[in-house]
Design a binder for this molecule. Structure first.
Ligand code: SF4
Length: 221
């Protein structure tokens, strides 16, 4: 799937950010909102000098709320970002490099214990900000893997459903054998988002899709 999609779409250059910390902030801000709103919030933060660890630490909570207002849910996202900084300072010497050096599963559990961090946000931070090889299991991946009969349909919209999807996709794609290749995970997630947006939406456009050849025969009607 990766190779077919890479051939069709080329390099995706994810995540669209200048620094690892900007990825972290973007991963929080993109929850339940469109990317256009995130870009406006990031631009506000950049102008205010708040797009670095030191800069965000220095912003007071009211100002942070105001700056990230365009990406919605700012009353929840602002304290969540502050909690991330507080954890970094208290446990990881205020350094993303020290955080990234933590063992993947330990780090994932620590991120999941933070306010405002669900599975998808934790995995996006792990993969795109900290360079750990983990799958990001979003709705696009769910649709693709279910429609290709790689996994059985799962409960949606809850932590258990997300974790089950992560586990099943790890198994379906043999991801545990690829743990030393975060670049592959990085590109694969970006490519599945691309095919999801172009072809595998609520209504599937299989006829023109680069993954049509992989559809099980019983689905090709
Ligand atoms: S649109 Fe069809 S072929 Fe493409 S990923 Fe979705 S189910 Fe597969």
């Amino acid at each position: 799937m990766h190779d077919w999609l890479a051939k069709a779409y080329g390099p995706q250059h994810w995540w669209p950010a200048e620094t690892a910390f900007e990825v972290v902030v973007g991963a929080y801000l993109t929850q339940n909102t469109a990317w256009a709103g995130v870009e406006r919030s990031l631009a506000n933060l950049r102008r205010a000098g708040g797009l670095s660890i030191d800069g965000l630490r220095a912003l007071d909570l009211d100002k942070l709320r105001e700056l990230i207002r365009p990406s919605g849910f700012y009353s929840r996202k602002a304290p969540a970002l502050k909690a991330f900084i507080a954890m970094l300072d208290a446990e990881f010497q205020g350094s993303l490099d020290v955080l990234a050096a933590t063992q993947t599963e330990v780090l994932r559990e620590r991120l999941l214990a933070l306010p405002g961090v669900g599975g998808e946000t934790a995995d996006a931070i792990l993969l795109y900000a900290l360079g750990h090889a983990v799958p990001v299991a979003d709705e696009y991946l769910r649709r693709i893997t279910e429609r290709h009969r790689l996994i059985t349909p799962l409960p949606r919209k809850n932590r258990k459903g997300y974790e089950a999807l992560v586990q099943l996709t790890r198994e379906a794609f043999g991801m545990d054998a690829l743990a030393d290749r975060p670049r592959l995970f990085n590109e694969f997630h970006a490519l599945t988002v691309a095919v999801g947006k172009k072809h595998c939406s609520v209504i599937a456009d299989c006829e023109n899709c680069p993954l049509a050849a992989d559809l099980p025969i019983e689905c090709q009607d």
